[in-house]
Design a protein around this ligand. Structure first.
Ligand SMILES: Cc1ncc(COP(=O)(O)O)c(C=O)c1O
Length: 360
């Protein structure tokens, strides 16, 4: 068991059960006598992992044969470029800006083609999610891009927008954290290092009919989705260990009862910490507006930097790691991804109350 509670934003906490399983199998993967780190990606034993990971992912998301799941490299950041390269062509794409990552996605799309901003939350330092009626789409966009959860600012969509074009979502920091109608999305992508386990692999879930509309003339073979779809993510050497570990995470999520069960625990976990903020009479101040709060990344500040430093230092001594906020928001951030145990979130809330009692 871990001796600390890990609140890092990513790479982040991974289920103990998964780490233990990987440890048990480390020197002998699937009876091969080799470590999964040593095995050819063309070996049958690994092929089974790839197929199982795609199946598990779709099962958890309630998606059928009309979707593919690809396991790619280059992080979510490479998706910022691949999406417009494959789908922007001669049209215009609409971007909903709810934080730094959606801005970065837009910046890459601008290099490729015509874009429009459907909403820009920058004025309020990205402290809220727009309502449906605030989204101003262009006349005939080819796709709409959104970020479902804003890791840095701690805001999260609690609805799926209606859009005039296929919807593409960066779900890096909230994928598989709650049930969603995933069929509403044409393409979903997520760097795995927050809610899916290891760094080094990016999951891309794509509707087959949308994939068929991709530009066939993308000049780089590796940056074409079709390349990876046709070869079941084995066009070139995949990040074998990361995909293996991700699949162990998916298996574990299924064992826990799938997304409805996970969402219930996630609600309680975030609830403990938000209650500590709301009950503190301003000692802790949440960054996100209440109706825009993230279940995954809880951002808050204190009266001054000195108090925040003390909070982080004393927290570390008690075993609460990774609470320093991102530099663009400052303050504090507790990331409570799927793998954060409920008792960890509860213990942090208790620590917050105790810290306030001593210092308030
Ligand atoms: C919402 C979101 N999108 C994209 C990224 C960038 O991911 P990567 O480092 O895998 O490129 C992050 C990383 O923190 C993120 O939180």
């Amino acid at each position: 068991m871990s001796s600390v509670y890990n609140f890092y934003a990513g790479p982040a906490v991974i289920f103990d059960e998964v780490l233990r399983r990987a440890e048990e199998e480390f020197f002998d993967f699937a009876g091969t006598g080799m470590s999964v780190l040593e095995i050819s990606h063309r070996a049958k034993a690994f092929d089974r992992v790839m197929i199982e990971a795609e199946t598990n992912m779709k099962e958890l998301m309630g998606l059928g044969d009309d979707y593919r799941v690809l396991f790619l490299q280059g992080g979510a950041s490479t998706q910022f470029s691949m999406i417009p390269m494959n789908f922007l062509k001669n049209g215009r794409a609409d971007y909903i800006l709810t934080g730094s990552w959606s801005k970065k996605a837009l910046a890459e799309a601008k290099k490729i083609g015509d874009t429009s901003v459907a909403f820009d939350g920058g004025d309020g330092n990205f402290s809220r999610i727009p309502k449906q009626e605030e989204l101003m789409f262009s006349a005939d966009p080819v796709y709409v891009h959104m970020t479902t959860n804003n890791t840095i600012f701690g805001t999260e969509f609690n609805y799926i927008p209606d859009t005039p074009a296929p919807l593409i979502a960066d779900m890096s920091s909230d994928i598989l954290s709650k049930p969603l109608d995933f069929q509403r999305f044409a393409l979903i992508y997520a760097g795995a290092q927050k809610n899916l386990g290891p760094a080094g692999v990016t999951a891309v879930v794509i509707r087959r009919s949308f994939l068929e509309t991709a530009d066939q003339n993308v000049p780089a073979t590796m940056l074409k989705y079709a390349t990876h779809a046709e070869k079941n993510s084995l066009y070139n050497t995949p990040p074998v260990f990361s995909v293996y570990l991700l699949n162990l995470v998916l298996r574990h999520l299924k064992d826990l009862g799938g997304l409805p069960a996970i969402a219930e625990v996630n609600q309680r976990k975030a609830g403990y910490i938000y209650d500590a903020i709301d009950g503190s009479d301003g000692f802790y101040r949440g960054h996100a507006q209440k109706d825009s709060r993230s279940l995954m990344n809880i951002t808050f500040t204190m009266a001054n930097e000195e108090s925040e430093k003390k909070f982080v230092a004393e927290g570390e001594q008690e075993g609460f790691i990774g609470l320093k906020g991102h530099r663009s928001v400052g303050g504090l951030r507790a990331s409570v991804y799927n793998a954060m145990p409920e008792e960890g979130a509860k213990a942090l809330a208790d620590f917050m109350k105790e810290f306030m009692r001593k210092n308030g």
